[in-house]
Design a protein around this ligand. Structure first.
Ligand code: XMP
Length: 320
């Protein structure tokens, strides 16, 4: 009968069969729950023939790249960090459309993996693995018509796919809560298993409109304060996902004796188990007040804060 324990054993076995006794795997690692669980699964299946490639595209949250590196340093796996901020930001310059941003980032990830495969002698007989999960598959749709959002796992260029024997996506029938259960089954620490999701395109889809380094820095600082205050209020375990969005809206404010004309920051917080539907989190006003006061005081270029009170549907969790 179907249990997570059985699923885990069967998947490890079928991965071994497919990869063979000498095959190697390059894992596209974001440091999020899905790809971390997949790292554990593949490490169990093939040990040191696994190479985890973590691409820091310069659109991570504050300190995130270092946190991912530190988490993986404690494990016995081959881990590589690629700092590619310049490469991604230059490709994104001036691009405003959310789907176009996703396509550019998804493709660029692919090219980085191809380059790293070359560097580590991973051949065309070897494999690329991605932590694609079921909602990524559904929401990305089949043709252009069904697309809600193309999750970046689905955006690899054909030439990159062709560079490997196959692309392995062993989590593609699981929902998020099942992936977490599998992570526990594999002995991953709770702080990794319970991390909130972070989209592959990162802050690029939380900066409405064109992405710049300055905007990414502003958003990182504001988002950091939001996360700090939520943790301080003891709410971090109750809210499934929470983050700040740098809207493209500027409005008039007043500071001292002067007029300002700065950006509006939106705060998002949702409760959900499957991320297919979601409710907005009922964050107490006092907590929102503390977050708002700190952000407008401590972060330049933001003079107004709003809290998003829409459910999914009709909104989505991310703004783009
Ligand atoms: P939405 O915004 O569609 O998000 O309600 C549902 C969940 O998916 C995450 N998300 C993404 N993850 N690439 C990803 O890997 C993406 O392009 C992407 N867009 C949204 C989102 O953070 C939420 O957890």
């Amino acid at each position: 009968d179907w249990t997570m324990g059985n699923f885990c054993k069967a998947t490890v076995q079928s991965l071994r069969d497919q990869i063979g006794p000498d095959g190697r795997v390059l894992l596209a690692l974001s440091g999020g729950v899905d790809s971390s669980v997949l790292a554990a699964l593949l490490a169990e299946a093939i040990g040191e023939r696994l190479t985890c490639v973590f691409v820091d595209h310069g659109l991570m949250r504050k300190n995130e790249g270092d946190e991912v590196e530190a988490a993986f340093a404690k494990w016995d796996v081959n881990f590589v960090r690629v700092n590619a901020e310049e490469r991604f930001l230059s490709k994104l310059a001036g691009v405003e459309d959310p789907q176009e941003k996703r396509h550019i980032i998804g493709a660029e990830f692919g090219y980085v993996f191809r380059d790293e495969a070359e560097r580590f002698g991973i051949t065309k007989q070897d494999f690329l693995a991605q932590g694609t999960i079921y909602p990524d598959v559904i929401e990305s749709g089949q043709g252009d018509a069904d697309v809600i959002k193309s999750h970046h796992n689905k955006l690899l260029p054909a030439e990159v796919v062709a560079r490997f024997q196959d692309v392995l996506e062993p989590l593609s029938l699981l929902f998020k809560d099942e992936v977490r259960q599998l992570g526990r089954e594999l002995g991953l620490p709770e702080y990794l298993v319970m991390r909130q999701p972070f989209p592959g395109p990162g802050l690029a889809i939380r900066i409405i409109g064109a992405v710049t380094k300055e905007k990414a820095d502003t958003l990182r600082d504001a988002d950091w304060i939001y996360r700090e205050e939520i943790a301080k209020a003891g709410l971090d375990k109750q809210i499934s996902q929470y983050f700040a969005v740098l809207t493209n809206c500027r409005s008039v404010g007043v500071m001292g004796d002067g007029r300002t004309y700065d950006y509006t920051l939106a705060l998002r917080g949702v409760t959900t188990t499957d991320f297919m539907t979601a409710d907005f989190a009922r964050i107490p006003y006092e907590v929102l007040e503390a977050i708002s006061a700190r952000i407008v005081n401590e972060v330049k270029n933001i003079n107004r804060i709003v809290y998003d009170v829409t459910t999914k549907p009709p909104a989505t969790i991310e703004w783009e």
